[in-house]
Design a binder for this molecule. Structure first.
Ligand code: EPU
Length: 342
């Protein structure tokens, strides 16, 4: 019923990616329901076209013309699915803004997502990289999700194990990358909520505000404030948040790094390895504020690469490559980009 009427050709993507890369896509569809995905699956040509799913476009580096069918997820709705003794279950459609979901929870006194307040992007994109901040990750409150499978033309339900979440990673960045499209996510929000304020900045900011027994909304508010002070607003200066993951090293590697660089910020992990602050490594290599053309390194947080105006994907890739080389030469550490390159 919908095709090919709602397919747009040579569609500009500048407003659909937070880096504001000025490229276009071969074809584009705004997806507002599952029937559209079923329609694409049955369509003679669209079914076989390579696809790119875009939510908020906030973890994406578009390096040139996108010779694909862009599926812009716009499904809406947040529903209370039910509850048991321990949790309240909330289901949110993929196209909802992540912050709108967090705000809805906080307005209703529901805790669990407050440490992830202020993260740009949509609900459907959040599981793809298991978004995380201030000592919390999406997987902590994740219950299940439903995804449309282009191989079978059907919806599949996936639990936490199925999604293979790890640090800024999931099955949706790997085996299921071009096959599954997340349509909604169900969260389990704890009824016996306890604050997670172990992260130094959060505890300090709460103390400064005179809050000793914080509510979920207090924590969400403080975290949004901290993020605003450190991270550039993508509406003003194009960026995709952290451009690199914080790398992990073994305890032995950590010991020798510490001998050479006593002030290197690192955090011990449950498995005895250490996660190192990539922002510090890049900062130490002198990259803060530098640029190649309009592709630059943020002045306030070296982990964030920014588009000063008309940066091209090629410039951004060149800048990232030069940073990776420097960090490797100076510290022997390989940096891995966080956004998805297309
Ligand atoms: N640092 C520097 N120079 C810099 C940047 C950082 O010396 O230019 C040092 C800081 O002083 C601090 C340490 O590095 O000692 C860590 O910095 P910060 O607390 O700002 O956090 P991060 O490790 O750089 C991570 C996440 C962020 C998340 C924050 C807060 C990754 C890749 N990044 O950043 O996530 O908001 O912690 O939890 O894990 C994102 O993924 O897009 C993102 C913004």
């Amino acid at each position: 019923m919908i095709f090919p009427d709602n397919v747009m050709h040579d569609f500009p993507l500048c407003e659909l990616n937070t880096f504001h890369m000025d490229v276009s896509a071969r074809a584009y569809i705004a997806v507002t329901g599952i029937d559209e995905l079923e329609g694409i699956c049955r369509h003679e040509t669209l079914a076989h076209m390579p696809k790119l799913v875009i939510g908020g476009g906030s973890n994406l580096l578009l390096t040139g013309y996108v010779d694909k069918l862009v599926l812009h997820m716009q499904m809406k709705g947040i529903f209370r699915e039910g509850e048991d003794d321990e949790y309240v279950y909330l289901r949110a459609a993929a196209g909802e803004r992540w912050q709108d979901l967090v705000d809805r929870c906080l307005a209703n006194g529901l805790g669990g997502l407050e440490n992830l307040a202020g993260i740009p992007g949509t609900v459907g994109a959040a599981p793809v990289q298991n978004i995380g901040a201030y000592g919390a990750e999406l997987k902590d409150c994740f219950f299940s999700l439903r995804a449309f499978d282009f191989a079978s033309g059907k919806l599949v339900e996936m639990n936490r194990n199925d999604c293979r979440f790890s640090y800024r990673d999931s099955i949706f960045k790997h085996e299921m990358k071009d096959r599954l499209v997340i349509v909604d996510v169900t969260f389990a929000l704890p009824k016996r909520w306890t604050p997670n304020i172990a992260y130094g900045d959060v505890a300090r900011e709460l103390e400064k505000s005179g809050i000793s027994r914080p509510s979920p909304a207090d924590i969400g508010g403080v975290i949004v404030k901290i993020r605003r002070s450190k991270l550039p607003n993508p509406a003003v200066l194009g960026n995709a948040g952290s451009f690199f993951k914080n790398p992990t090293v073994t305890a032995e590697e950590m010991a020798s790094l510490k001998r050479l660089h006593p002030d290197i910020p690192a955090y011990e992990q449950a498995d005895g390895r250490y996660r190192i602050a990539a922002g510090w490594l890049i900062d130490r290599c002198g990259w803060k504020g530098r640029r190649i053309g309009d592709a630059g390194v943020c002045e306030t947080q070296a982990l964030v690469l920014v588009n000063h105006g008309r940066a091209t994907g090629a410039e951004m890739v060149e800048l990232a490559g030069a940073i990776e080389q420097d960090v490797m030469a100076r510290f022997g550490i390989r940096l891995e980009p966080e956004p998805v390159f297309v």
